[in-house]
Design a binder for this molecule. Sequence first.
Ligand SMILES: C[S@@+](CC[C@H](N)C(=O)[O-])C[C@H]1O[C@@H](n2cnc3c(N)ncnc32)[C@H](O)[C@@H]1O
Length: 250
Amino acid sequence: MSDNPTRIYGDVTQLEYDDLQSFFENIAHNSPKTNNYIHGATMYQADDIALLRNQYESELVQSKIDFNNKRVFEVGCGTGRWAQNLCKLIKSYLGIDFSPELIRSAQTLNIGDHCKFQVMPANNLESDKLIIPPPFDIIICSGICVYLNDADLATLIKQFTSLLAANGIIYLREPISTLDRRMTLKDFYSTELATLYHGIYRTDAEYKTLFAKHENLQLLTEAPLYDKKMHDRQETRHKYYIFTKLKQAN
Ligand SMILES: C[S@@+](CC[C@H](N)C(=O)[O-])C[C@H]1O[C@@H](n2cnc3c(N)ncnc32)[C@H](O)[C@@H]1O
């Protein structure tokens, strides 16, 4: 596998956003639109596993973060999994995604007027055009950083610091490289998905360095997301991090 040129170890390689957008548009287009099961498409899992994983993650996150009456913003919201998980607790929710077809899927959930979805790329996030304006109490960034090039990810994290209210929370959850360096898949033919796949699996240290550039963001919690039973990859694994925005000193 290591001499497969579509697996790049260590080097920084740029992903093409057009390729990624087509990938997600196809996923959305080919997935069943039957309410509860739509999330399997963006979790790349069969429906039953997707449901189990979602329930596990949702309970874990709600035990770590207080969502009651909070204003939530999600970047790369996909089919609206988090909106559906949290809609009964929160004050408001805005999810953005660059895939119009995934946003249409999310809108079919019909989970209430306090939850809104908007087409917008994270690599060109225009905060003055958001249909629910900042500040937000909680930002969810779940499985999207893997699709952003380094410079755009750095810009996005900087934007988080102004989109968040004081004491606000960031839930970051990504597949990371378990090697000592990043792994990039570019034009990689995935037999599981039967299509070309692209993504940057950064190391834990790379994520920590990116966030550490912002003195007002403090890491509160970090842990692997799934236990060994639910984890099925060799070179990557899911990890989550919870950051808080510190109040500025007067
Ligand atoms: C793995 S899915 C995760 C969806 C959702 N956050 C969740 O946890 O269920 C990744 C999502 O990020 C979106 N995405 C990827 N790159 C993006 C970009 N540059 N701008 C906005 N959305 C993006 C995809 O369309 C997809 O919905």
